[in-house]
Design a binder for this molecule. Sequence first.
Ligand SMILES: *Cc1c(COP(=O)(O)O)cnc(C)c1O
Length: 397
Amino acid sequence: MTDFKKTRSLFHLPEGVIYLDGNSLGPLPIAAKDHVAKLMTDEWGELLIKGWNKAGWMMMPRRIGDRVGKLVGAAEDTVVMGDTLSIKVYQALASAVDLVPERKVILSDSGNFPSDLYIAQGLIGSLGRGHELKIVEPEDVEAAIDENVAVLMLTEVDYRTGRLHDMKALTKKAHSVGAITVWDLAHSAGALPVDLDGAEADFAVGCTYKYLNGGPGAPAFIYVAPRHLEKVRPALSGWLGHESPFAFDLGYRPGGGIDRMRVGTPPIIGLAALDVALDAWEGVDMADLRRQSIKLCDLFVAEVEKRCPMLTLGSPRDGNKRGSQISFLHAEGYAIMQALIARGVIGDFRAPNAIRFGFTPLYIGEKDVLAAVDILADIMTNSLWDTAEYKQKALVT
Ligand SMILES: *Cc1c(COP(=O)(O)O)cnc(C)c1O
């Protein structure tokens, strides 16, 4: 059994805060402070540029890629870290489109995160080959997979509702018509068991600042199935993805395997924080995590529905059909969330009307869920959200 008391002790959670927003930004792993400080003083400070060789900086994107890979069912040497998720979406999609040159449709759904859709639109413009981004409702995706589709690009867990796609079944259907898949695991990695190899996914990408607790702006990851690795065109052909970066050739030749998906100089300080954050997963059984996550979410739904009838559940009721988050809908959702945050219950708001709560068994337990519902019930019953201050929109919601 996973020891969630122990995992909780690894994180800094501010006094008086119930943190239900680890789906947006995970909390600080306590060990990260010293680890990053030590890297700064001992490695950057003392080794200077020798750190690239002596401290293993150059291979960090690969070493840590393997660590992340373990959490998403990817074999060694199929995941590499770098850049931000939006960039990795571009790279994966461009590479995927390239593998099916005769087709023109990129299929996605209206539950995808806007950045992924914007990136697809931008790529289509740059390619100038008449590709089309087809966006259907999440429940219509399966029926829309046909022989016109070049790439099926989906986010497994809907950022707004938590609805979970069946990665294995949709990938199978895509392959049956000759399409390639790009899966975004932003709300899956560290939230639930993922089996990329088992699902025969083609490409996958994800960020590490949400459920993996790597810190604000932590580097993203990209996965390429072994069967594509030696033929895929990396699309972003930077020098560190070159076969021999320090030969400084004038012409690009892709590196071997997943190395070719590297682009430029890796963010070493961010990778160091992520490296230590991943230690929290040692000894965590993903099946235990999933069971506990569903239990916490179910408890939250039951208690909120009992005590706040004015809120409408915006997530699937069946725990097996959602990720590790719950949304409730209300026209004044923004103000309600501000009132909650003022009382120490941190979730977030997603336009137009969703208040969103992430449940992260590594550091959130039943007591937190019940305490959060007490405060939410007070705010709703007494309309404590109904003030001008709470309706004032901030830059980040
Ligand atoms: C969080 C998230 C992003 C954010 O991309 P960044 O480049 O890291 O800002 C993109 N796509 C999805 C599906 C997300 O959930």
